[in-house]
Design a protein around this ligand. Structure first.
Ligand code: FAD
Length: 445
């Protein structure tokens, strides 16, 4: 087994970028089939509008208004309305409401248990029943707090791409996400992140905590060692947390650079300078994307056997069987490849075991922070991807193949998991093209 331990960097000799690139080339057609052509995986349920940002109430950062969404563009007024951030960030296509609990009850009893994936999945077609949460979840359920369970949104109609969302609002969200990487319990009391709020909003305690967090932020984001991630005194789990978040950030940046809107000509296409500025000169960011590919693919592969008895219900049995065949094609191909991520190394040594709950709570907070993203489409993909990584972590660290105590995995989590893998996969492909473009440019020069 050629394992990329979470400690090793992905470019280690045994599993180089090219190994993962070629695996990606093999798997991508199946993955695209699953996410682009099946109803089961194309509709995602989420509460996109009903939840308030639980962490701050600064209007500028909330970005419900256009002002913070367009900070990078000095003269948005001068471009056609359809190219403005507010328009680009809007959702396209029809949305379906999630039925209330009363309506669910009227629809009658649920079907019998479906495999080991939980008793509410597979039986309810694309519309799923409301479920109880599991302590082992890495993401918060979308009905946490007020606001109901949300809508079904077509992912195919709303591709992740450039929206113009930037400036203070977006920066504030990324800062808050990276602050979750501060694992030092001594200076970051548990009570500060376990509740609905990351920190007290007012008073001396809030000021003190914020200054501690700023110090952490300075250490983590602005010092050279933070980007290298090779510090031996940083525990493995903390590095993995950082890599997951940074790899997700890399994927989002890749998509917005790959499908970029030239706001002068109105044409969509790759923006090489965008890629160079954000990614090409930061190999660690790209390495974290490869790391995430290895991690999420491992989760999907591990889940494969459990999906054999699963009904991918869309309301049309022929399509359901076709969806299952597509999923099996992907997971068996993935299972035939060497295992490249070894989750058994995590949460075992040193303070590892005691960090698991901490890790899970911090990841839940990242998913809560997504409600602070001030652009609808960005929030959609931000929520989906954190839910996808959350599902991957749950499969890797909470699902033990030998145990009967299998945590429930809901349809929403499956949809998020496969679409997150598809996002990483298309990012790897885009980066491959960007690299070729850079090489061509350098040859010309
Ligand atoms: P940002 O990308 O905002 O980065 C902020 C800082 O984080 C950087 O200065 C750097 O220090 C650090 N950093 C950057 N990348 C990494 C990395 N990979 N790893 C570690 N550190 C890093 N915009 C769109 O056009 N379309 C979208 O779909 C979209 N989705 C978004 C989803 C979320 C959840 C968020 C928070 C923002 C989203 N945005 C989207 C906005 C986009 O991510 C950027 O914030 C925006 O383009 C401004 O970029 P920037 O150059 O200021 O740096």
């Amino acid at each position: 087994v050629c394992a990329i331990s979470p400690k090793a960097i992905v470019s280690d000799a045994c599993a180089s970028y090219s190994t993962l690139d070629s695996l990606n080339r093999d798997l991508q057609p199946s993955l695209n089939e699953i996410t682009q052509t099946t109803d089961f995986f194309a509709y995602y349920r989420l509460n996109l509008f009903g939840k308030e940002c639980p962490f701050w109430n600064d209007q500028n950062s909330m970005c419900g208004n256009i002002a913070c969404a367009v900070n990078t563009l000095d003269n948005e007024e001068d471009i056609p309305k359809v190219w403005r951030a507010e328009e680009l960030g809007k959702l396209e296509g029809p949305k379906a409401d999630h039925p209330s609990r009363r309506v669910q009850k009227e629809r009658g009893p649920k079907r019998p248990l479906q495999g080991m994936l939980g008793d509410n999945v597979g039986e309810s077609c694309v519309v799923e029943y409301d479920d109880e949460c599991d302590d082992r979840d890495y993401c918060v359920p979308d009905d946490e707090g007020a606001g109901g369970k949300g809508d079904y949104v077509s992912l195919v109609d709303n591709p992740e791409r450039f929206t113009g969302y930037a400036g203070e609002g977006a920066g504030h969200v990324w800062d808050a996400i990276y602050r979750e990487n501060c694992f030092s319990k001594a200076s970051f009391p548990k009570s500060a992140y376990l509740g609905s709020s990351i920190f007290p909003k007012k008073g001396p305690a809030a000021n003190e905590l914020q200054s501690v967090m700023r110090e952490h932020e300075r250490q983590i984001l602005n010092t050279p060692s933070a980007t290298g991630l090779e510090e031996e005194d940083e525990c493995l789990e903390k590095r993995v947390f950082y890599r997951v978040v940074s790899g997700m950030h890399t994927s989002i940046s890749t998509h917005l650079c790959w499908e970029y809107l030239n706001q002068t000509t109105g044409e969509w296409g790759p923006n090489l300078q965008c890629y160079k500025d954000r990614l090409h000169q930061f190999p660690d960011r790209v390495s974290n994307l490869y790391f995430n590919y290895a991690l999420v693919l491992r989760a999907v592969t591990k889940l494969g056997p459990f999906l054999k008895d699963y009904t991918f219900c869309s309301g049309d049995p022929v399509q359901d069987a076709a969806t299952k065949a597509k999923v099996q094609a992907l997971t068996s191909k993935a299972a035939a490849a060497p295992q490249i991520f070894d989750e058994s190394l995590m949460f075992v040594n040193g303070e590892g075991p005691s960090l698991k709950e901490d890790f899970r709570n911090r990841f839940r907070n990242v998913s809560r922070i997504m409600d602070c993203v001030g652009c609808d489409k960005c929030r959609l993909w931000g929520k989906l991807q954190t839910a996808g990584y959350g599902a991957a972590l749950k499969v890797l660290f909470e699902l033990d193949n030998d145990s009967q105590d299998v945590p429930a995995l809901h349809r929403t989590e499956l949809v998020a998991l496969f679409n997150t893998l598809a996002r990483i996969s298309s990012s790897l492909e885009a980066i491959h093209h960007f690299r070729t473009m850079v090489e061509a440019q350098e040859t010309e020069a």
